[in-house]
Design a protein. Structure first.
Length: 88
């Protein structure tokens, strides 16, 4: 059986790593597309950190598991926003 797994170039995971996101995102550009769950207020500290790095943020909230339609809509919005980095 052949199996292939393609992923982003960098994934950071672990306690406290959210505090690194804004600095890392700034290296990509000044427009971040932020994908959140339905409780968007949980992302408020991250949005504030991104603002401190002069990064404009557009949020896209997803409730539950994303469908293909939601993913396509998110991709369209990210392109229209001309996002330089996507954060999920």
């Amino acid at each position: 059986m052949r199996f292939e797994f393609a992923t982003t170039t960098r994934i950071i995971f672990g306690a406290g790593t959210v505090n690194e996101v804004a600095t890392l995102a700034a290296g990509f550009g000044r427009r971040a597309f932020l994908v959140t769950g339905s409780a968007t207020n949980r992302a408020a500290p991250l949005v504030a950190q991104l603002g401190q790095e002069n990064i404009e943020v557009r949020s896209y909230a997803i409730a539950g598991e994303p469908t293909t339609s939601l993913a396509l809509e998110g991709a369209l919005q990210a392109r229209e926003f001309r996002a330089k980095v996507i954060i999920g």
